[in-house]
Unconditional design. Structure first.
Length: 393
């Protein structure tokens, strides 16, 4: 007989990986509230009497009251309670959801959370303690607006280098997010982020790791003092980078309200990165459909999800409009602007050289025509003189 918690996990298999992860996390909060270590102990029999069902419902209502005292929003409370519903539904325990729903708090206007600023991100970069990896993480989140939960799922096969025309041969990366799921989409990095990724990859190779298509794009930090370093390091996934970002934002002073990453802040842990990317794309005039696509939004795109089939290079062309605004390091921004100016000068010089060549060819053609006319005139004059001499004779 399958254990109750396994039944819960089995029905979540039909959901997206990130949804399954969230539901199990939310259910853990309920177990902590009940002070229950073994979730299987919640299901003790196959059939429950109405009185026993009511007792389970009262425990859930008690959990709701507990969350309300913590000032959790209605959407947060619903998310956690729905995970409990999933558990009991998986084990054929039918709860009176309408009765429980009466205890949900009223919906309130959500806090108008703010995006990170360029200055915030500069502070984060100065506060990191693992520059090889975390530099890349910060640039990745700010240039793509990717959700923090997607980071641990990325592998090297999700990368595709692209060299846009007019940028001096520099490359960026197209990244496929949530590959193989219904949530799959792609986004682009800045040149700055691509450089950080290449540097991080080179570092891992120097530490003895063999990088393959299936290697995690981000992994646990190396212990450079470990004697096994010379034997190579096996790549290991990090389950979640939320704690990594939480430590960086706290250390930098960007988020200082409390020590709990779940506490409501003016700037949300990962959503503030997404709002940064979104706002910069809007400021740059990126096409709405492309902006929403590159951020992995679905609800705001309506029928575009099914019918929009813009080519990758067209979307990249739109993304490049925001490149300057999404570049964090001022030196990188200025360097890119210089490269663009040099490219413009080269194009203009090439155009002038072409015009000079065309003018030279035109003048040569005119000289040939003039020479031909002179020859014709000379030949015509000689023939006329000969004809007059013949008439005199």
């Amino acid at each position: 007989m399958t254990k109750p918690y396994q039944n819960f996990l089995d029905i979540l298999d039909s959901k997206e990986p990130q949804t399954k992860e969230k539901y199990t996390e939310y259910f853990d909060y309920y177990l902590q509230f009940l002070k229950v270590k073994d979730p299987d102990s919640l299901i003790t029999k196959r059939f429950y009497s109405p009185h026993e069902i009511a007792k389970i419902e009262d425990e859930i209502i008690g959990f709701i009251d507990h969350l309300k005292k913590q000032k959790k929003s209605q959407s947060t409370i619903k998310g956690r309670v729905y995970s409990i519903y999933r558990f009991y539904t998986a084990n054929r325990v039918n709860l009176d959801r309408k009765h429980i729903a009466q205890y949900f708090p009223a919906a309130k206007r959500t806090m108008d959370d703010q995006p990170y600023t360029i200055e915030d991100i500069h502070k984060m970069l100065k506060a990191i303690t693992n520059p090889e990896r975390d530099n890349f993480v910060i640039y990745l989140l700010s240039s793509t607006g990717m959700r923090v939960g997607a980071l641990s799922e990325l592998t090297y096969r999700d990368l595709e280098p692209i060299k846009p025309q007019g940028y001096g041969g520099k490359h960026l990366y197209k990244i496929i997010v949530y590959r193989g799921t219904r949530s799959e989409y792609y986004c682009f990095t800045t040149f700055e982020c691509a450089e950080a990724l290449d540097s991080y990859t080179d570092y891992r190779k120097r530490m003895g790791e063999t990088i393959t298509k299936n290697s995690p794009l981000l992994r646990n930090q190396f212990n450079s003092n470990s004697p096994s370093i010379n034997k190579g390091n096996e790549p290991t996934f990090v389950k979640s980078f939320a704690n990594v970002i939480h430590r960086i934002t706290n250390r930098s002073g960007v988020r200082t309200k409390g020590n709990d990453k779940n506490t409501r802040h003016e700037k949300m842990l990962d959503h503030a990165f997404r709002k940064f990317t979104n706002s910069k794309m809007i400021e740059a005039g990126v096409d709405f459909d492309t902006k929403e696509f590159l951020l992995g939004h679905k609800m705001t795109r309506g029928l575009d999800i099914s019918y929009s089939r813009l080519p990758v290079m067209k979307r990249l062309e739109e993304y490049l409009k925001a490149m300057d605004l999404l570049t964090i390091n001022e030196e990188n921004r200025l360097r890119r602007q210089v490269q663009e100016q040099e490219h413009t000068i080269q194009v203009q010089m090439a155009e002038k050289d072409k015009q000079i060549q065309q003018l030279t060819e035109h003048m040569a053609a005119m000289e040939e025509d003039q020479k031909l006319i002179m020859e014709l005139l000379q030949d015509g004059g000689a023939q006329l003189k000969k004809k007059l001499e013949e008439e005199d004779n």
